[in-house]
Design a protein. Structure first.
Lengths: 426, 581
């Protein structure tokens, strides 16, 4: 029973928005002979299917990792990603997905009465574990969202630094926001604003349809725009991938620096050999020390700036939103006439009680925005520190953090695993 | 053309065709969406309008059939929209897949060609460039967020200001759920040396001693009242006086004296006018009352600091303010007694009007902590009895139902309507029927009690039991009035409806342009209802709708009229009007 409850909660979070928009024609007001059928609720996914999902996820990750690391087969990666779109996207309709699971995990940590289903834990942990071993093989095509974008990426365009760098901050902000809203029980925004789920369920709202279409059209030219510039789970995966034990490489043996692979990466994740002009020793040291001193400042400023927005952000929580609405009604002595307002007035709960509840949620948001902002400040500081440290490379290597292991660079490399180059033969 | 080139050409045409289909289908779906957004079959009010006509039409059967046809058409439109949406989506998805695969094939590279020679950049040059953009973007985001948060800060509420001793309040509120009627005891009874002085029933009915007239029942016994006036041109306006302080209490009258009160955060006053010429006879500044708080509680503008209606027994006039100050003043303007009842914890502001029964001043004193009903001695202000009622805060006023030598006090709150013995404060019956924020007071007539509240229902109660229920034309602020075998309700949306007392059947309903906050009063066989713009809707208090007039005041009013022989007194937002032919 508990499991069904949790499943329902999870499911509801995912589909509330869509169900809310699934308009149903009101019953006729006249008495007729017609018997109105009972409202049917969508049954929770059978437990066996849930376990099946975990098995399929594990199998897909294993096969994908095998294709990426062992076989270095772009074809294998491609067809595994097609399978993922079909199974996790079309058949499972994108739920539960690993990207959204961060919210369930957060909610379970902050709300004692929410017990997270094992399936969701598996969907959260397995990709991270595989990434720690093999790099982002999950992103390569097990994630149906990544696979879909990979499928439509046809005419690659390189995104200039002045666009890619600012946008690269967005996933961190989205992650912090998603964690804050999940921890406070306000909303599961990653699911609510999933650009593709509406396509698979054939019930996208107009706004989400447009958003999804924009991502796909953009994806024709820009490799995986959602993965690179929005995906909050990608942040965690990139951290894991940095530590990965067996990460894929551009070349199966030794790089001959032919430069063929230089522009092959759809996500600009191939690091080129570095040319480091020597600079005065104290300059680098000074830069590093300054940034280290500034790190706590970034953390504080981030926390402070974010905390200024706690009231605004708290209105995403339905209770605070309702309290604002009722407060407006009181101040203006009018009724908004919204369903929420009507339901509240019918409930008999005094407005004062609602305001007290809203105040409690606002205080959670105040603490949450401080912590979230501090975290963003920390990310920013660490990122600047990374940019202050020399990384010497002599070969073309995948950037472990950003490489999604799609294998598109494989065919660009003329070297085989025995170190023989087809270029030499030519 | 070789085989590969031929295949590429086919892929190109396929991509063009499928891409065009995706584009056209998407365009149609967007147009369909926009069309549905503008004319949504579910949200169309055609059926509603036709259903409303059912009440007045002579040919009900034909209209029913017409409604069925319109209803069916709307349903068909809705389901065909769904079908179009689903079919379009499938078509777009399939075409989209064809488009993607064709395009993939068309752009498939046969040979890998080296990329354009890129000049290797210095590591630090690259890093500096990246760092620059990172700093610019993060700083930009921070500035935008900072600016937005400041710009919008005032639009959002800091709800922490509503949290004050919340634990204590909730505990008190829970404790109040249990009835704890405090019985009269020897120490709180009226001093035996005081002489009982109170008006007779006939005297009460000759005057307008409280909000909604004698006993607060909404029925005046005055006649020869005007039905036509114009506050802007001065037609039938005998006099008009600017009111020195704001207030939402309605005038009360005894003899030739008319009383109102006004207050703001700092000042509280009671005014007495000569109702014949409008001269201000006296003003009492209500201050220096023991226990009165230094600072007035926060109230909303729509309630104000003196929303509670006054009451007068001919010898004294009694007034209550938002801070809990209660005062009794004799008809010459001399303070007889005063006390503070404790600052009510009321998020709108206290607004229940005062009543009296014999020598007891009856006060409904509800707040977020508890709901109390007090009886104070009109002569001394001493507490005669106090009943702590179950339920939650309301903004309604008690009505007195005389029964033999005694009386019942009928009181609304959330979620109950209850009757109490006026002599002892003991509960006689209680019915759970209200929800939400209760602002409408009860009505009594024909042996039945009537009450209603928006978002709840209306009920007809006899002997403490619900006889009928209704769900249309529910009032939010105004109170119903019972007359002969009818009961009338006005709503904040401008509805005026007449129901049969016995079974709650709708006898007639009329929708006016503006909502009603002031309560309707029956006088001279007519129903006087002031809407929020100050227009008084006058209809015959009869089983058939007949509009008599809609005279205007020339300013807004949320008050209830008071009546004397041949004269009507209306408190506008700023002025007090005496209307007479």
């Amino acid at each position: 029973m508990q499991k069904i409850k949790y499943l329902l909660i999870t499911f509801l979070f995912f589909v509330t928005f869509q169900l809310g928009n699934a308009q149903r024609f009101p019953e006729p007001e006249f008495e007729t002979d017609y018997t109105v059928p009972e409202t049917q609720t969508v049954a929770p996914r059978a437990l066996a299917w849930e376990y099946m999902d975990v098995v399929v996820l594990f199998a897909a990750l294993s096969v994908m990792s095998w294709f990426v690391i062992k076989k270095r087969s772009r074809k294998g990666i491609f067809w595994t990603s097609i399978f993922s779109i079909a199974y996790f996207g079309a058949f499972r309709e994108g739920c539960v997905c690993s990207v959204g699971s961060i919210q369930n995990i957060t909610l379970s940590l902050f709300q004692a009465d929410y017990v997270i289903p094992l399936t969701v834990i598996a969907f959260f942990v397995l990709p991270l574990l595989f990434t720690l071993l093999f790099g982002r093989t999950f992103c390569a095509g097990v994630c149906f969202m990544g696979a879909l974008q990979d499928l439509v990426h046809i005419k690659p365009v390189t995104v200039p630094t002045w666009i890619s760098k600012p946008l690269s901050a967005l996933p961190y902000i989205y992650l912090v926001l998603a964690l804050l809203l999940a921890a406070t029980g306000a909303d599961f925004i990653v699911c609510r604003y999933d650009p593709f789920i509406g396509f698979f369920r054939m019930n996208a709202t107009f706004g989400m349809f447009v958003f999804g279409a924009i991502i796909l059209i953009l994806g024709i030219f820009v490799g995986r725009p959602y993965c690179r510039f929005l995906c909050p789970y990608g942040v965690l995966l990139s951290w894991m991938s940095r530590l990965s034990i067996w990460h894929t490489t551009v070349t199966p043996s030794a790089c001959i620096q032919c430069k063929l692979c230089e522009t092959s990466c759809p996500v600009d994740a191939i690091d080129k050999p570095t040319i480091v002009k020597p600079e005065p020793a104290d300059k680098g040291r000074k830069r590093l020390i300054t940034l280290l001193i500034l790190l706590p400042v970034f953390v504080f400023v981030g926390g402070f700036m974010s905390s200024l927005m706690y009231k605004q952000l708290s209105t995403i929580h339905p209770t605070v939103s309702l309290a604002e609405e009722i407060k407006w009604e009181i101040d203006n002595h009018k009724k908004t006439g919204s369903e929420e307002s009507k339901a509240f007035h019918t409930s008999g709960i005094p407005a004062e009680q609602l305001f007290v509840d809203a105040a409690s949620i606002q205080s959670q948001f105040y603490v949450g925005t401080w912590l979230g902002g501090a975290l963003l400040g920390l990310f920013f500081g660490i990122s600047l520190l990374q940019h202050a440290v020399v990384q010497r490379r002599t070969d073309y290597e995948p950037n472990k953090s950003n490489c999604v292991s799609c294998g598109k660079c494989y065919k660009y490399c003329p070297v085989d695993k025995d170190g023989k180059s087809s270029l030499i033969q030519l | 053309m070789n085989d590969t080139a031929q295949k590429k050409l086919t892929a190109k045409y396929l991509a063009i065709i499928s891409g065009s289909i995706v584009l056209i289908v998407s365009l149609f779906m967007i147009l369909n969406f926009v069309q549905i957004k503008i004319h949504h079959p579910i949200e169309s009010n055609t059926v509603d309008t036709m259903v409303k006509k059912l009440v007045t039409t002579d040919d009900e059967q034909t209209l029913r059939e017409e409604i069925r046809v319109v209803d069916l058409l709307a349903r068909k439109a809705y389901f065909s929209y769904l079908w179009q949406l689903k079919t379009g989506a499938w078509l777009a998805i399939i075409s989209g897949l064809v488009f993607v695969f064709s395009l993939r094939y068309y752009f498939k590279k046969e040979n890998i060609t080296p990329a354009n020679e890129q000049k290797a950049a210095d590591f630090w040059l690259n890093r500096n460039k990246e760092r620059k953009w990172l700093i610019i973007s993060v700083s930009g985001l921070a500035i935008v967020a900072f600016g937005l948060s400041f710009a919008t800060n005032d639009y959002y509420t800091d709800f922490s200001k509503f949290v004050k001793n919340e634990t204590k309040e909730i505990a008190t509120s829970k404790a109040a759920i249990k009835d704890t009627t405090t019985q009269i005891n020897d120490t709180t009874t009226v001093d035996s040396t005081t002489v009982a002085d109170f008006p007779t029933d006939a005297e009460i009915k000759q005057n307008h001693p409280a909000f909604r007239g004698p006993y607060g029942l909404g029925v005046s016994y005055k006649t020869k009242l005007p039905t036509d006036w114009d506050g802007t041109s001065g037609k039938n306006i005998k006099w008009k006086k600017a009111i020195p302080l704001p207030g939402l209490n309605s005038p009360v009258i005894w003899g030739n004296q008319l009383y109102i009160s006004g207050a703001n955060e700092k000042t509280r006053k009671v005014f007495c006018y000569n109702r014949l010429n409008g001269n201000l006879l006296w003003t009492v500044d209500v201050k220096g009352i023991a226990g009165s708080p230094a600072k007035s509680p926060k109230v909303t503008n729509d309630t104000g600091h003196s929303a509670s209606g006054l009451t007068t027994d001919g010898k004294r006039v009694y007034a209550l303010f938002s801070n809990g100050d209660l005062i009794a003043i004799d008809n010459s303007g001399k303070q007889i007694w005063a006390k503070n009842l404790g600052v009510p914890d009321n998020h709108y502001g206290h607004s229940s009007s005062l009543q009296f029964f014999k020598d007891k001043l009856i006060i409904q004193y509800d707040d977020n902590k508890s709901c109390k009903l007090f009886a104070f001695s009109t002569q001394t202000g001493e507490e005669v009895w106090k009943t702590v009622r179950s339920g939650k805060i309301s903004w309604t006023s008690p009505v007195i139902v005389p029964k033999g030598n005694g009386a019942e006090i009928i009181v609304n709150n959330l979620p109950y309507i209850a009757a109490y013995n006026a002599e002892t404060g003991k509960e006689k019956w209680k019915v759970e029927c209200l929800t939400g924020e209760v602002g409408s007071s009860p009505a009594y007539g024909g042996g039945m009690v009537f009450t209603a509240n928006e978002y709840a229902k209306m009920v007809g109660i006899k002997d403490g039991k619900i006889v009928w229920e209704g769900f249309d034309y529910l009032p939010d602020v105004s109170s119903p009035v019972a007359y002969k075998d009818m009961v009338f309700f006005t709503t904040s949306y401008g509805d005026l409806a007449c129901f049969n007392q016995k079974d709650g059947a709708v006898l007639w309903h009329h929708e006016f342009d503006n909502g009603f906050y002031g309560s309707p009063v029956i006088a001279d066989g007519k129903l006087y209802c002031i809407d929020r713009t100050g227009t008084t809707v006058i209809v015959e208090a009869a089983r058939e709708f007949k509009l008599i007039g809609q005279p205007i005041l020339g300013e807004k009013s949320d008050c209830t009229p008071a009546f004397a022989d041949g004269t009507i007194y209306i408190r506008g937002q700023k002025n007090l009007y005496c209307i007479s032919k």
